[in-house]
Design a protein around this ligand. Structure first.
Ligand code: PEP
Length: 258
């Protein structure tokens, strides 16, 4: 019998682009076509376009290795919630996954852990996958609270999620101070938090589930730093903002993950 597979080999690398409130319909389609046309052996690729473009981008990526997601969804199933979009609606237009707990939702729109958890439960119950973001601010890091903050966000975000449903969850560790700032956590800094979060998941569920859980790093990932970050055993891919908006900066990050 050959050697047993190492933990990392349990987890397919995952690289996702968070387009935020950028791109018009035509450029979203062109970018999706470029990503779709790029073979990525052994890498799962995700795209999170603006809500209005999910439908079209999902059509472009249908039948390919690229999964399309929404950047948000409501915690409510349907009804009088003006301006909201339900998990069932995003699934209906072809989304497979939803991004929840992004720091911009937490810090700009004041979303609480409980509210994010309600969305996680709603999205999973509609059959979607979830990418749950956690991460500390610069003040929290300086105060030595990185682990506490990330643990609290992970535990609260996963409250009520079953062991079976966790298979449809991935986590993105995104230090708030590294998002859109050009500052990146070093591989050592990020790797330490990823290993810590995997331990938290093991405590919440069990070691097998924790070893299968994909934990992506996000925060100013670019072609120049992607490979060294994703070489860290506990870093299973990248959630990419700014560099996901152009093929010449996003596609090399996918290559770096393979
Ligand atoms: C993000 O918004 O999820 C992100 C990681 O952004 P950036 O890559 O631009 O830091």
């Amino acid at each position: 019998m050959g050697p047993l597979p190492g933990p990392r080999s349990l987890r397919t690398p995952y690289v996702a682009g968070n387009w935020k409130m950028n791109l018009d319909r035509r450029s979203a389609v062109e970018l999706a076509e470029a990503v779709r046309g790029h073979a990525a052996d052994g890498v799962d690729v995700g795209l999170f376009p603006a809500m209005l473009h999910v439908d079209e981008v999902a059509r472009v990526c249908a039948g390919s290795h690229v999964r399309v997601g929404a950047q948000n969804c409501s915690d409510e199933p349907s009804g009088a919630f003006t301006g909201e979009v339900s998990a069932a609606m995003v699934k209906d237009v072809g989304a497979r996954v939803v991004l929840l707990g992004h720091s911009e939702r937490r810090h700009v729109y004041g979303e609480s852990d409980a509210f994010i958890n309600a969305k996680v439960i709603r999205a999973l119950s509609e059959g979607l996958e979830v990418m749950l973001c956690v991460g500390e601010t610069i003040e929290e890091r300086r105060d030595g609270r990185t682990e506490d903050v990330c643990r609290t966000q992970l535990v609260a975000g996963l409250e009520g999620v079953s062991r079976g449903d966790l298979e449809r969850v991935s986590v993105a560790y995104e230090p708030v101070w590294a998002i859109g700032t050009g500052e990146t956590a070093t591989p050592e800094m990020a790797g330490a938090v990823h290993a810590y979060l995997r331990g938290v998941a093991a405590g919440l569920f069990d070691e097998d589930v924790a070893q299968a859980l994909r934990i992506l790093y996000g925060g100013s990932v670019k072609p120049a730093n992607a490979a060294e970050l994703m070489a860290v055993p506990d870093i299973d891919g990248a959630l990419v903002g700014g560099a996901s908006l152009r093929p010449d900066t996003f596609l090399p990050i996918i290559v770096a993950a393979s």
